[in-house]
Design a protein around this ligand. Sequence first.
Ligand SMILES: Nc1ncnc2c1ncn2[C@@H]1O[C@H](COP(=O)(O)OP(=O)(O)OP(=O)(O)O)[C@@H](O)[C@H]1O
Ligand SMILES: [Mg+2]
Length: 208
Amino acid sequence: MRSILVLNSKGGSGKTTIATNLASFYASIGKQVALVDLDSQESSIGWLKARSSAKPPITGIKGYGIKVKRGVDYKIIDAPAGLQGAALTKVLNMAESVIIPVLPSPIDMRAAGDFIKNIKKHSRVVKKKSKIALVANRGRDYTNIYWELDEFLEGQKIPFLTMVRDSQNYIRGAEKGLGIYEMGPAMTEVDRTYFEPIIDWLNSKKSR
Ligand SMILES: Nc1ncnc2c1ncn2[C@@H]1O[C@H](COP(=O)(O)OP(=O)(O)OP(=O)(O)O)[C@@H](O)[C@H]1O
Ligand SMILES: [Mg+2]
């Protein structure tokens, strides 16, 4: 079973959006998926509740300590904001691949820089048992944020995968319990192109 964690200490960076879209993508290609919602806001569980029973099923799991059933191919973990110390360690221990979404704003990037420095010291990351990668979320224009990101990434030594576009499709998906891979291909084509490098990384050996 692959275990994928979407993590950032900052609220509203896109953890739930990326976690639910990954869950929906893997379900749409016939994989058995468990979506673990560690956030007391239960946004991922809310997304699942909005999901039509006609869509490929995804098992929702609330909170810690519940084992996923046998046969699950992908466990996607949606982390709460503000994790630190022992709670952060506990969550990191749950995953082999960690995606960190960051909003391309100076405040968010600064906070993410400190957060990444912190998690890179965790023994699990040091021992390469958890692989981490960065994603810029809600980008409108690659060129505009690129130089800022470039500066931000300098010295981080953490792979930067892509920019997830700021798109109404993610908002519509959140409302309906869907992901962009389950919505009209023409309408979501550009969003999919930008999202794809996340899936490519997760498929590659670099992420485990
Ligand atoms: N790429 C995007 N395009 C458009 N809207 C987005 C995008 N990513 C996130 N949003 C919206 O921004 C808000 C915050 O996103 P999300 O809930 O995924 O963040 P989060 O990190 O899970 O937040 P929290 O820390 O509160 O759990 C939501 O309303 C979501 O629909
Ligand atoms: Mg969330």
